[in-house]
Design a protein around this ligand. Sequence first.
Ligand SMILES: *Cc1c(COP(=O)(O)O)cnc(C)c1O
Length: 413
Amino acid sequence: MTESIFMDNAATTRTDPEVIAAMQPYGNEKFGSPATLYALGSEAKSAIDGARQNLADLIGADPREIFFTSGATESNNWAIKGVADALESRGKHIITNEAEHHSILMPCRYLEKKGWEVTYLQVDGDGLVDPEAVIKAMRDDTVLVTMVHGNHEIGTIQPIAEIGAAARARKVPFHVNSAQAVGHIPVDVDELSCDLLTVSGHKFHGPKGVGALYVRRGVRITPLLLGGGQERKRRAGTHNVPGIVGLGKAAELARNRLDKEPARLAELRDYIIDSIENNMEDIRLNGHRTKRLPNNVNFSFDGIEGESIMLSLSYPTSRDKKPIYVSTGSACVSGTLEPSHILLALGVPVELAHGSVRVSLSRENTREDADSFLSALYEVVERLRSMSPVYKRGSKKCASGSGSDGCDCEAAT
Ligand SMILES: *Cc1c(COP(=O)(O)O)cnc(C)c1O
């Protein structure tokens, strides 16, 4: 396997070697179930307690408010279905936004089929939700506001603390999908005034298939999984002990880096954004310029498919170049390339939504990686555009919805 440059960290991150080392004994000699009373079991139990404390420390919670799950998908489903079920007698209205992750949108659609009403707030051209719009949308029968913290595709960071304060003022429970933010930027559940918060292990160098839901004391939520009495009777099933230990270790490692790493990544992010803006034309920066996850870059390139760029970067034409892994907003659904619902929500024209590329950095990425990526990108985009039947230099499609001026189409004409 040749060396490669991994820049698709919003999809998943490499499990940190220290995390793997911490997990290893719990798949091996310390295989006991935390539910059993003999020593082997209590070893596992105290390991889980330690992990719970580490994760609580990372987000400013009490360990008793941390409930381990199989990941962010489960946590999001549980938050939405669980609060909806517990508060059904109070009302059947939920507020979210149209640029959410599918693990939020799908449970909302499910509830709509069961007679619930869901308000999908619009986002602006940078992907931001207006806290005033949340205030206006809240009704007496609203039982949940759920908002993503950092968008997984365009990186935009929502004004979570303001939305949280507004929800708190109306006593409406507030859920935050923080899968992309926890471990990447400082997150404090009290500062955000949130009642529920979703965490995913594999998005910050922890293992896959493990995550957590923070549930503030006193918040009513029906369990999603019934059976044993694990997780204070709120999430049944024998614990994923190695996974939870790994998540705890990842939380500890992330916390130790929070003072410097976000700033280093933001600098690398801005270096990539500035370089693309200064060296390329007919491009559009997607997402907010500054209210943005420190590891996210997302551009649309007029005249070509994001998928072609992604594949070309991953299969370099010469042997001395490393494959570079990035992702595209378009997902290949049943043979057709569907443009991303998130880019469409920003008002990005369909052609440009097809041409998007997301670069997501991690603690492993260096300035050298950024330079390798940039030179490969310039070459690939130039080559693909020279073959594109639809690319017309200097067309004005790239003008962005609002705010961000990540396009020099005007100058090019
Ligand atoms: C990755 C991700 C999810 C899903 O997380 P899993 O742990 O893989 O289930 C949900 N929401 C966001 C914003 C994500 O980035």
